[in-house]
Design a protein around this ligand. Structure first.
Ligand code: ACM
Length: 682
């Protein structure tokens, strides 16, 4: 009995400690969450005496990274440091960085680090300088404040990535993105420990890289918007300085309109081509039976190989429906000659030719899942992207690839252009518990890549489509699988979102830029409030059929100002939940928000009377106003009468209709509230 009591007591104390620790841990706004973190006594106060000693001489990269660290730390805290640069000679300093060796920017390099912070100093230790750079980002995220000073709390962190491939793909073919946009996104990637920048450089809508051997490609197929070799080198150096690999993608044999605009003779159809201005899947396809196709591709890949140091080159390979192949008798004859019974086999032949070219150049092939055919060399990486929308089970190709001996990377579930809320992406695990793979097969799953397709983004909006959601996916790819608590993630993400601004990411401020354009010189308050309950249409419904928007259409619309995770919609849902639990206590805030939506519509009407771009938003805000008035009435009458039923259905049906490519996202909460109030029939 006594033993039992002691055991229970010990268990209770352990539980208490665990709870205390987890509460304390929630104080740290770290993302990605480290593998192991222990809170320690004491804190390191940031003052003007702050210094850094790097105990590794060969790495200029770490010297630059710690200098940037110093600037960010001083910028964040407003402290004027006496010493502005790290020192490679001194043995004592506020922050000592001990590094084993210079790392190589390649797949599976050691990125681990350990970090100990105490009141008298900080120690960052790592095998490679890349690990040290990851640790510096953690250290910056640890910075916190009391009312009168900034400090780093006492912790001991042991950290290393769960997956070696943690990527972000940016499509610059649909909309060109200037170098400074790429660079600021590389900074943001490094801040959340992403380590692969996949640069989707060509597609139907543009060929965005200078091609010296076939200059018509960039001259005729980029509208003058392409990267010179010098710019490419500059970006690669910038990325490598941040421990990020750069993988170029030249998408072939489909998605080839831009290539064929310059060199129509490589096409499968005897016609002329023009750079595509719409979005979608198009027919122009390289002719795999024409030797000149391989000659030109060899020249292109030769240039690419010389520019990009990474062993992998992405060849696209997606969404080739083979329509022009089927229409061409010469190609049909070729298939017969080679005993190919379908276009997939023909594409496999094409891929094998490309693979031969890449092998000669000392490169390995990566491609979207369509490249996986039975004879494909297992040195290739399969990029899994299809999901339920394509009638394919999500992750199906990932499993097939891993079982088939291929390394593989997951993008299904990480498509940011689908405009899903952050939790939808966050919970997608590359290796979920129920996956039927051996340990060896699991090891072939290298990680994941966030995909930012560019049809509906411009320089103005790209950051708000990538960030802050990409940070949550970065956590999925770095942190232990068990780190899955959505509310904790959201709380940290809200802070990380501001940290991203510190790096020049424009996701927050550009919303105001767009709204000021719409408001045309008048106050943006009412518009701003409306964005908080509206989200751009999900999936590909914003640009149904790919023809509502051309690549040169305006992307300065209300839909471009709206983001996922509309904050007031989330807030309202919480209020409704609280009301359901405790109507008496929660009625006031509910009434307040409903009243604010009523007033907001009135303000928007005033704005509409002054300027042209507001009119198409009135239906949205009027629907919200009418629903708000309706519920204010219900709350006042304390229940629902028979006549309210039809009225509610009518109002909610109106509110469900999207306008201006935007939908109100409070309807489900209204339905929940109505269902609850139904219990009180009058
Ligand atoms: C893709 O989304 N077409 C790879």
């Amino acid at each position: 009995m006594k033993k039992q009591f002691i055991r229970t007591l010990v268990l209770c104390i352990m539980m208490q400690t665990m709870i205390a620790q987890s509460i304390e841990n929630t104080m740290h706004n770290l993302m990605p969450w480290p593998q192991k973190i222990e809170n320690k006594e004491g804190k390191f106060i940031i003052d003007s005496n702050f210094t850094i000693a790097i105990q590794q001489k060969q790495t200029n990269r770490l010297y630059k990274a710690s200098t940037r660290f110093l600037r960010r730390l001083s910028g964040r805290t407003g402290v004027f440091f006496d010493v502005g640069f790290p020192d490679q000679e001194r043995t004592s300093a506020s922050l000592i960085i001990k590094v084993g060796r210079k790392g190589t920017i390649e797949l599976s390099e050691d990125e681990s680090y350990s970090l100990t912070t105490k009141s008298n100093g900080i120690l960052l230790e790592s095998e490679t300088d890349i690990g040290a750079m990851r640790g510096l980002e953690t250290l910056l995220q640890l910075v916190t404040a009391t009312t009168d000073h900034f400090y780093i709390p006492g912790v001991k962190i042991e950290d290393a990535p769960r997956f070696p491939w943690r990527g972000l793909m940016i499509d610059v073919a649909r909309h060109y993105q200037p170098i400074q946009v790429i660079k600021r996104n590389l900074d943001a990637m490094a801040s959340v420990k992403l380590n692969v920048f996949h640069w989707h450089l060509t597609d139907d809508q543009g060929f965005r890289i200078e091609c010296k051997s076939h200059p018509r490609l960039h001259q005729m197929s980029s509208d003058g918007q392409y990267y010179t070799h010098q710019e490419i080198k500059d970006v690669i150096e910038y990325a490598m300085d941040r421990g990020i690999r750069v993988i170029p993608e030249i998408d072939v044999p489909g998605h080839a309109t831009a290539i064929l605009t310059a060199y129509p003779e490589l096409g499968s159809k005897d016609t002329t081509y023009q750079v595509e201005r719409y979005a979608g899947i198009f027919d122009p396809t390289l002719d795999p039976t024409n030797e000149k196709t391989y000659k030109v591709l060899e020249d292109i890949f030769k240039e690419i190989s010389a520019l990009f140091p990474d062993p992998y080159i992405h060849i696209g390979g997606d969404e080739n429906e083979g329509k022009h192949w089927d229409e061409n008798p010469k190609i049909s004859d070729f298939k017969k000659e080679h005993h190919f019974t379908n276009n997939h086999q023909l594409q496999a032949y094409f891929n094998s030719r490309i693979q031969r070219i890449l092998r000669k150049l000392g490169k390995k092939m990566m491609g979207w899942e369509e490249i996986m055919t039975k004879d494909l060399d297992t040195s290739s990486i399969i990029h899994s992207w299809k999901g339920v929308n394509e009638g394919v089970k999500p992750r199906h190709s990932l499993l097939q690839a891993a079982k088939g001996g291929y390394h593989t990377v997951l993008s299904n579930g990480y498509y940011l252009d689908l405009m899903h809320n952050v939790s939808d992406h966050y919970l997608v695990d590359p290796i979920p518990d129920d996956i039927a793979l051996t340990e060896g097969e699991k090891e072939r799953i290298l990680g994941g890549e966030i995909a930012m397709w560019g049809e509906l983004i411009t320089t103005l909006t790209i950051d708000s489509r990538i960030w802050p959601r990409a940070a949550a996916i970065a956590e999925r790819l770095w942190s232990p699988k068990e780190v899955r608590e959505v509310e904790h993630m959201k709380k940290r993400l809200a802070i990380i979102s501001f940290r991203l601004e510190e790096l020049g990411i424009t996701h927050i401020k550009n919303q105001k830029v767009i709204l000021r354009n719409i408001a045309n010189g008048y106050t943006i308050d009412a518009l701003s409030k409306l964005t908080k309950v509206c989200q751009p249409l999900k999936g590909y419904t914003r640009n149904k059929g790919g023809t509502e928007y051309k690549s040169y259409s305006p992307f300065t619309l209300f839909a471009d100002a709206c983001t996922t995770d509309a904050p007031d919609a989330l807030k309202f849902d919480k209020m409704v939940n609280e009301y359901i639990v405790n109507p008496k206590n929660a009625i006031r805030p509910l009434e307040a928000i409903l009243n604010s939506w009523v007033r907001n519509h009135d303000e928007l009407e005033i704005l509409n009377s002054k300027t042209p771009l507001v009119n198409e938003l009135l239906d949205l805000s009027s629907a919200l106003k009418e629903l708000s008035l309706f519920f204010l009435r219900l709350l006042e009458q304390g229940g629902i009468s028979k006549t309210n039923y039809n009225e509610f259905i009518k109002l909610i049906d109106i509110a469900k209709v999207p306008h201006a490519d935007v939908e109100i996202v409070v309807n489900d909460s209204f339905i929940k509230l109505f269902e609850f109030m139904k219990k009180n029939e009058l």
